[in-house]
Each structure stands twice: as C-alpha cells, then as structure tokens.
Design a protein around this ligand. Structure first.
Ligand SMILES: C[S@@+](CC[C@H](N)C(=O)[O-])C[C@H]1O[C@@H](n2cnc3c(N)ncnc32)[C@H](O)[C@@H]1O
Length: 216
C-alpha cells in the first residue's frame, strides 16, 4: 500500500531538483541487481535528506541501514569540511556496491562503513553526532533511539524512516504487521519523550524528525 498517490508523487518529483546522474545510476543498478530495491530512499526523500543535512551542516552523521548507499550519499552532501558519516549495515553482500559508489562520489574519505549488527556497532562508536538517520530493522528502532540518544548532541536531530509503514499504522490492530506495530511503539516513545521535539512528515513512507532539546 503506497501512502502517497502516484500522481501527487510524480508532481512533487517534477518540482524538486532531479537526482544527480550518479544517484540515478545507483538507483537503477539497485533496481536491476538487488533484492527489495524499494528500500532505497529515492529521489524525493533523497533531496530532503540532502537539504536537511545542508541546513544542519553536521560534523558527524550516523546512519543505521546503508543498503546500497543512496541515502548516505545524500546526507553526506551537507557535511562540514572535516565531517564524517558513519554508516552501518548487517548485510556484507552490499558493501562492495555501496563502497564503489561512495568512492565515485568523491566521498571515500568522508564515509566510514561498518558491517555488522547496528546494536553492537553503535556502542563502539566514540562520537558525538549532530544528525542520525535510522533506516534499518523496524523492531530495532526503539532500542536504537535509546542507544543513540546519549551520543546525540543537544540540539541535534534524529530522522527515522518508514514511520507510516505503508499506511498500516492507521489500520485496526488486526491488520497491522509486526513492523507496523513496532513503528507505532517507536512514534509513541518519541512523542512522549519530554527531552525531544517531534515532527512526522507524510513524505514517502513517513519520515519522523526528532530534535534533542538544548536543555537535555
Ligand atoms: C531500508 S534499507 C536502508 C535504505 C537506505 N538507508 C537508503 O535509503 O538507501 C535497510 C537496511 O538495514 C539493514 N539492516 C537490517 N537489520 C539491521 C541490523 N540489525 N543492523 C544493521 N543493519 C541492518 C538491511 O541489511 C538493509 O540494507
């Protein structure tokens, strides 16, 4: 079930800066060669990630869920001169492809790839992040929220993808998958957190913006 009607999606894409040639190729290669290609952020969400990153100008970004590297390349566009993006994925078969595109994009030195379970790798990262993008296993989101919180600078942002989970989050409980239920738990946790400000964007599959207040 798509949340946004196809014609509205097409209209929005028409009035948004197009994908770069490299991102277009990455998009195409993912759809030709990789299972579940719809997981890739794509044109509109990619543009938003780039714009958000350019607004924040982060020095450190953490991405949970690299896949073929589309969103990492988009997010890295806003990094400061000395900025670094850490990206984690459990699927080692994807590493060669994403790494090839990172190098081609001139981001080989700015993107650090970690292969393994996010819950194990996050604890090993000794960094303070300005921006975190959560886009991996849905059951893990609430745990990632807690793990990342301490590493997020006050005033920093967390973005979480798929919070509308194909629109299933508004179905009666009997029609919700476990992933949709996990997204509801995540959204409930974030909105109830007095240390945070939240904004759920109805973009693509639902992108939640969470800001860690300065006072916490
Ligand atoms: C939706 S895709 C990420 C899409 C990517 N951010 C983009 O926009 O192009 C989710 C990714 O999370 C990875 N993943 C799933 N469970 C994980 C875990 N426990 N730790 C790390 N990565 C995980 C999957 O292998 C998959 O590549």
């Amino acid at each position: 079930m798509e949340v946004i009607p196809e014609d509205i999606q097409a209209f929005a894409e028409r009035y948004s800066t197009p994908e770069t040639e490299l991102l277009y190729r990455l998009h195409r290669e993912t759809y030709l060669k990789i299972a579940q290609p719809h997981m890739l952020s794509g044109h509109l969400q990619g543009r938003l990630l780039t714009m958000v990153s350019q607004m924040i100008k982060p020095r450190r970004i953490l991405e949970i869920g690299t896949f073929t590297g589309y969103s990492a390349i988009c997010l890295a566009q806003g990094l400061t001169e000395d900025g670094v993006l850490h990206t984690i994925d459990v699927n080692e078969e994807l590493e060669a492809m994403s790494s090839r595109y990172f190098k081609e994009a001139g981001l080989g030195d700015k993107i650090v790839q970690h292969t393994g379970k996010a819950a194990e790798i996050i604890t090993q990262l000794d960094e303070v992040f300005d921006l975190v993008f959560i886009d991996a296993d849905k059951a893990g989101y609430t745990g990632y929220y807690d793990m990342v919180w301490e590493k997020l600078r006050p005033g920093g942002f967390m973005l979480a993808d798929n919070v509308l989970y194909h629109g299933e989050v508004v179905l009666p409980e009997s029609g919700q998958s476990n992933n949709a239920k996990a997204m509801i738990r995540f959204a409930e946790k974030a909105v109830a957190d007095e240390r945070a400000e939240t904004m759920l964007l109805t973009l693509r599959d639902g992108l939640m913006l969470i800001r860690k207040k300065q006072t916490h």
